[in-house]
Design a protein around this ligand. Structure first.
Ligand code: ADQ
Length: 472
């Protein structure tokens, strides 16, 4: 079988023993690369003063890791600029936060051209190329301009917005047209796929849009929704491939760490109080402030529960160079302090706030300790924390997932999670109450539905499904 070439903004490098970093996606993609050999290319994460030199290549068995530096200007314009101040907010339906600057848009395309220039000399004619996420939308188009005729797939990890939102972005049409250079476009959910098709139709590409033989076709074997599309003079496929986690690995990990010291220490410090946990990158799309409001409302509405619950919010800093993120860091810290000031007592702190990353093992143990997992994004491509929380539970006494209906994961976890609308503080507060008082039998029934899905469609399955469709 042909080699696989993976391109993403950052590359999760293996350790000195050749082990990929923990984390579902890295492990699944590493094993796909190992199977037939290949390349994983991306940015080193380092910045240089002058034009970056040739890429660094690190060989590890059948896999080559190809890493390129970027200049500070590249990072400001491509990464902190267009990717994270235009595409991220717009794709998460936050038009109010999008800051469009022509210079940054030019930087975004310049870095995509740099990636294409670096990749072309390494390609063999039958390589299959898999590009990841919103940083690299124009990459296939740049490769085609350089004569690359290989099969090229794309997977978008974040949501695709409806036309009315996308079209507010200057150059939205360039972005849409660039995607037509791929052979397969993967989305997290069929809502994203529908939104994408809606955008093509509204852009007038709809004249030529058609499903093969007039019907929707199934691409991949798990997702149902898929379409063959003809638009902008090219034919390609698009389908939903909801990303999974390493379910079995996470189940094992959480059971193993449950008896370890840091988890035991946490349990002791709770003194019998029920733990409610939130874990997110500090990002406005995750609805952290709305969640804390809802928790406070729960405390106000249920005086008997004060002193009997503890919320732990773990939220490491993220994208601190982007002003909206910096502002949010300050706002969340202030908010936690205010809630603790208003409701705390000399022997009870309502919210514990941890502003850094924890190891996967500790996270797994904390999820398992928690009675309630609060996953309340305002918009999220998938949300792996929701899936990890479920996988970490003790089957004999599982906790309850309270999940925003605006997370991609809501599609798969219906019937198990307690859904909430994070914009509705009162309703989210009642969902917390419902979760805390749920009888064991109902908790087990709901958990079993969710874990069955997660075991069946894990990240390895997702990876096989996507690559199977791309190679087909
Ligand atoms: P993210 O926005 O980063 O991912 P998510 O899907 O929740 O969001 O994944 C976060 C990952 O980081 C999880 O594996 C989680 O365990 C880990 N993590 C979070 N907080 C942590 C902490 N404090 N310490 C250590 N680890 C932590 C993007 C999209 C999502 C999509 C994923 C995958 O925004 O919608 O689900 O990609 O496609």
């Amino acid at each position: 079988m042909s080699r696989l070439i993976v391109v993403s903004n950052r590359v999760p490098l293996p350790d000195r023993n050749g082990q990929p970093p923990a984390g579902g996606l890295a492990v699944a993609v590493h094993s796909a690369l190992k199977a037939n050999g290949g390349i994983w290319m991306g940015w080193t994460g380092e910045t240089v003063e002058e034009e970056p030199g040739p890429p660094t290549v690190r060989e590890d068995g059948a896999i080559s890791y190809v890493l390129t530096d970027l200049t500070q200007r590249d990072v400001d314009e491509y990464y902190n600029g267009f990717a994270n101040r235009v595409l991220w907010p717009i794709f998460h339906m936050r038009l109010d936060l999008a800051e469009y600057a022509r210079r940054e848009m030019a930087g975004y395309f310049r870095v995509n051209r740099l990636f294409a220039d670096r990749l072309v000399p390494m390609l063999q004619p039958d390589d299959v190329i898999w590009v990841h996420d919103y940083h690299l939308i124009p990459l296939a188009d740049e490769l085609r301009k350089r004569g690359v005729r290989n099969r090229i797939g794309y997977f978008l990890h974040i949501p695709w917005p409806p036309a009315d939102i996308l079209f507010a972005m200057p150059i939205y049409d360039t972005i849409l047209r660039a995607l037509s250079a791929y052979d397969l476009i993967g989305f997290q959910t069929d809502y994203d796929l529908e939104n994408f098709i809606g955008c093509l139709q509204r852009d007038g590409a709809g004249d030529t849009l058609r499903a093969a033989d007039g019907r929707q076709v199934t691409i991949g074997n798990n997702t149902g929704a898929g379409a063959r599309i003809a638009a902008y003079g090219r034919e390609f496929a698009a389908a939903a491939f909801p990303i999974g986690i390493d379910t079995a690995g996470f189940e094992r990990l959480s059971a193993k760490v449950a008896t370890r010291e840091p988890v035991q220490a946490m349990r002791q410090s709770l003194g019998g109080r029920a733990l409610i946990i939130g874990v997110d990158r500090l990002d406005y799309s995750k609805g952290i402030q709305q969640r804390i409001d809802a928790y406070e409302r729960f405390l106000e509405n249920n005086p008997a529960d004060r002193g009997r619950v503890t919320m732990l919010q773990v939220a490491p800093k993220s994208r601190s160079e982007v002003p909206e993120y910096k502002a949010m860091q300050d706002a969340v810290a202030t908010q936690c302090g205010q809630v603790n000031g208003r409701h705390g007592t000399i022997d009870w702190v309502p919210i514990r706030y941890v502003n850094r990353s924890l190891t996967r093992g500790l996270l797994a143990g904390l999820y398992r300790e928690a009675r309630v997992g609060l996953v309340t994004p305002l918009r999220d491509g998938m949300n792996l924390v929701a899936k990890e929380f479920v996988a970490a539970q003790d089957p004999a006494d599982p906790g309850v997932l309270v999940l925003s209906r605006f997370a991609g994961a809501a599609r798969e976890l219906a019937g198990g999670a307690v859904f909430c609308n994070p914009y509705d503080t009162e309703q989210t507060a009642s969902a917390i109450g419902q979760a805390l008082s749920m009888p064991l039998e109902e908790r087990q029934r709901r958990w079993e539905r969710m874990i069955a899905r997660l075991r069946d469609y894990d990240v390895a399955h997702w990876c096989r499904d996507y690559l199977g469709a791309l190679r087909a």
